[in-house]
Design a protein around this ligand. Structure first.
Ligand code: DAH
Length: 341
């Protein structure tokens, strides 16, 4: 290549490069132009450098000088373009200007599920009444879910159709007590009494499972708050005082608590617990004095200690408090609903 041709080629290259760099409207365009002209592998400047070798020997110094001058000019154009873009007012993706004083997109902060909030509040109230919160397993054996609670083999509550028994393959081994998803938190009463000596004053809040068809008041999974108080000379009057204190703390001073005679295998006597506003009574769960059979099953002496127990529906309390009309709203995961709590 002749010196003249080389010089004119570099003039063209420099003109095209400075124009493209000056025109780059954003970082992406600038980077594309950099690769096109200054790219180390296949940039146009690199190609020109190779042609330098074809210029005749005596002309080489002049050609090299020209090459260096063009390279420096293009690099300076690149630096200038970069400085220009960095100090430019902010633009959106398509390069349009935008007003940084406009309010931003609101950030939505998550919140705790209403049932989780309810559980925290119930723990707080019962904690102030001296009850410690404990947990128990959701996968239980028949012994803790039924047997130790004085629910015999022939009792209808043990019907496989009314419980979520685990499939045979998931059972531990053939001789062990069969496993199921617990149908009530009363299981935790047994687990706590097996491990501690009286006095006992605990609550346990957690999930329970029953194969119910979902409707406004039923769901195959829900939560219960279990309470257990064992000591010398605990009476039914203590039970009613505690539940009344609990009810007024959670639902308000104008709430009334009523006991209706009932039957549970693990309490004697047993009651259903109703609460009312005005003339409307709503059932919240069951309660009673712990049956001597249950105390004996965990090695307590029923002549020495007595106690009360209760089990209340957490969703029911939450729904009553917040005027929620259908339990299914709680588990539909619709943020329009959940955002309200
Ligand atoms: N476990 C009962 C149920 O799920 C509720 C219950 C009744 C719990 C009486 C108790 C109790 O602790 O004493 O229906």
């Amino acid at each position: 290549m002749s010196l003249e041709a080389f010089i004119s080629k570099l003039d063209q290259l420099q003109a095209a490069a400075t124009e493209a760099l000056a025109a780059a409207a954003n970082r992406e365009a600038l980077e594309a132009a950099r690769i096109e002209f200054l790219g180390a592998k296949s940039g146009q400047l690199k190609a020109a450098q190779k042609q330098l070798g074809t210029v005749a020997g005596p002309d080489k110094p002049a050609a090299g000088k020209k090459f260096n001058a063009a390279k420096m000019a293009i690099e300076q154009a690149f630096d200038a373009a970069q400085t220009r873009l960095e100090s430019a007012p902010p633009t959106s993706k398509d390069g349009a200007l935008f007003d940084i004083t406009l309010p931003g997109e609101p950030i939505r902060i998550g919140r705790r599920h209403p049932v989780t909030q309810t559980i925290a509040e119930l723990k707080d109230i019962m904690g102030r009444l001296g009850f410690t919160a404990v947990d128990g397993p959701e996968v239980e054996d028949e012994y803790h879910n039924f047997e130790a609670l004085n629910i015999p083999e022939i009792h209808p509550a043990r019907d496989p159709l009314d419980n979520f028994y685990l499939a045979a393959a998931e059972q531990q081994h053939a001789s062990a007590s069969p496993l199921l998803l617990r149908s009530q938190t009363s299981t935790v009463q047994i687990r706590v009494m097996e491990e501690t000596q009286p006095p006992v004053r605990i609550i346990s809040l957690g999930r329970v499972y029953r194969p119910d068809q979902p409707d406004a008041t039923h769901y195959p999974m829900f939560h219960q708050m279990e309470g257990l108080y064992i000591d010398k000379q605990v009476t039914m009057a203590d039970l009613k005082s505690v539940l009344r204190l609990f009810a007024t703390s959670y639902l308000g001073r104008d709430v009334h608590v009523r006991f209706r005679p009932s039957f549970f295998p693990f309490t004697e006597p047993s009651v259903e617990v109703d609460m009312s506003w005005g003339d409307r009574w709503i059932e919240f769960g069951g309660a009673g004095m712990v049956d001597p059979h249950v105390l004996k099953a965990v090695g307590y002496d029923p002549e020495e200690v007595t106690g009360f127990a209760f089990g209340l529906g957490v969703e029911r309390l939450c729904m009553r408090r917040h005027h929620i009309t259908d339990i299914r709203y709680l588990f539909a995961n619709d943020v329009r609903f959940l955002r309200q709590f």
